[in-house]
Ligand binder design. Structure first.
Ligand code: S3P
Length: 426
């Protein structure tokens, strides 16, 4: 397990561009694999999670290779071939959950497994709707490994209990080859990259507020696309800049999809100045350049739909909360307990290690403002977002911070520490 020492910073300034969004990269790769023709993707995520997706796709007969800086994926026009070994999803919940939706109707049996963290995560949330659609799936009591035997599927009307874009996407991907119509109706609207990606690859879907429907038997066509920079990776840089009143950071070509960019609204509400310098649209996804300047940070309460929309950004918001004036309270975020680690407890433990006062709730936490933190030993617990969140907190701490398991960052952003070094002034 690698360690890294973070020394405090004086300021954050400069300009960065980030590897492609992880959520979009997974979806484009999977749909490209199903499509007819060769898809060319630029700025594909460099994270280990998306590499797991590509490895699984190769194992079912899809070719995916780099050529002149682009990723070329040769689609199978709907038909994968049986893998010769179990499909290893690594640490990636997105790979396991979304790919299951596609594999459920392929004409072979296969097994999906993952690392220790992924093997603890809840899979019943995809198994149940897929069984209703007629799939044949065995699991270890609702957890990986999953054994899927392909079957003909039928459309269902599904109302997920938990707010999860992975589950919504899994069911919609299954619906693509099911008989009749598949409908997903969400209580809280989650990220809509699955819907936008299906449209980009030529599928017809219908969307009304929180309800999406797709008719089975549609074929997909290859695309060319540049994937916008990952806004959840940008979150660490945005929060780092927010900590320094004189900061000035530009993030180029970053994803601004409204279902993902709630962090920008929240940072503005906290007192940070954010300007959108330019916006474009590609395959339905908004992408733009943003400029961020620090200020006096007030306070926030995050709950309900906002908690669902910020689910990947809450660890870093909580990690910078002690440096605000009024603190940050998060509720309705119980889902954080079933991520790569139990993020409510890893955040609480690590904030306390740095000397902060924190109250942990079953569904959230409260971090009072006006606190100063000291350098400490942080344990990422192999969770990429915890390693990066506490690296950001360490930039304003007194003294050095040792991040144990810093290499977990490679799951979503292997270049995180190098990119951070280009904008941190010490
Ligand atoms: C993701 C959805 C979220 C998020 C994950 C990526 C996606 O997970 O935490 O990092 O790409 O759909 P859930 O679907 O479990 O909420």
């Amino acid at each position: 397990m690698s360690e890294i020492v973070i020394t405090p910073a004086r300021n954050v300034a400069g300009s960065i561009r980030l590897p492609g969004d992880k959520s979009i990269s997974h979806r484009y790769a999977m749909l490209a694999a199903l499509a007819e023709g060769t898809t060319r993707l630029q700025n594909f995520s460099t994270g280990a999670d998306c590499a797991s997706t590509l490895q699984c796709l190769r194992a079912v007969g899809v070719s995916a290779a780099q050529e002149n800086g682009s990723l070329l994926i040769n689609g199978c026009d709907g038909k994968f071939t049986a893998p010769s070994a179990a499909l290893d999803c690594g640490n990636s919940g997105s790979t396991m959950r979304m790919l299951s939706g596609i594999l459920a109707s392929q004409p072979f049996a296969c097994e999906l497994l993952g690392d220790e963290s992924l093997s603890r995560r809840p899979m019943r949330r995809i198994i149940e709707p897929l069984l209703q659609m007629g799939a044949n799936i065995d699991s270890r009591d609702g957890q990986a490994p999953l054994r899927i035997t392909g079957r003909k599927l039928r459309g269902i009307e599904f109302r997920p209990k938990a707010a999860s874009a992975q589950v919504k996407t899994c069911v919609l991907f299954a619906g693509l080859s099911a008989a009749g119509e598949t409908v997903v109706e969400e209580k809280l609207r989650t990220r809509d990259h699955g819907e936008l990606a299906l449209c980009a690859f030529g599928a017809q879907i219908e969307r009304q507020r929180n309800r999406v429907s797709i008719r089975g038997g549609q074929r997909l066509k290859a695309i060319e696309a540049t994937i916008p920079g990952d806004i959840s990776s940008a979150a660490f840089f945005l929060c780092a800049a927010a900590l320094f009143p004189r900061s000035n950071l530009i993030i180029d070509s970053v994803l601004l999809n409204p279902t993902r960019a709630v962090l920008l609204d929240v940072l503005i509400a906290l007192g940070v100045q954010i300007n959108v310098l330019q916006v474009d649209e590609q395959h339905g996804e908004l992408v733009g350049t943003i400029k961020i300047q620090g200020g006096q940070l007030g306070g926030l309460k995050i709950s309900g739909g906002q908690a669902a929309a910020l689910i990947d950004e809450i660890p870093v918001l909580a990690a910078v909360a002690p440096y605000t004036r009024d603190g940050i309270e998060v509720r309705d975020a119980r889902e954080l307990r079933v991520k790569e680690s139990d993020r409510l407890s890893t955040v609480t433990r690590n904030l306390r290690a740095m000397g902060a006062e924190v109250t942990e709730f079953d569904d959230g936490l409260r971090v009072p403002g006006g606190q100063s933190l000291h350098g400490a030993e942080i344990d990422s617990e192999h969770d990429h977002r915890i390693a990066m969140a506490f690296t950001v907190a360490a930039l304003r701490a007194e003294g050095d911070t040792l991040i144990r398991g810093a290499d977990a960052a490679r799951v979503s952003f292997p270049g995180f520490y190098q990119t951070l070094d280009t904008v941190v002034e010490r």
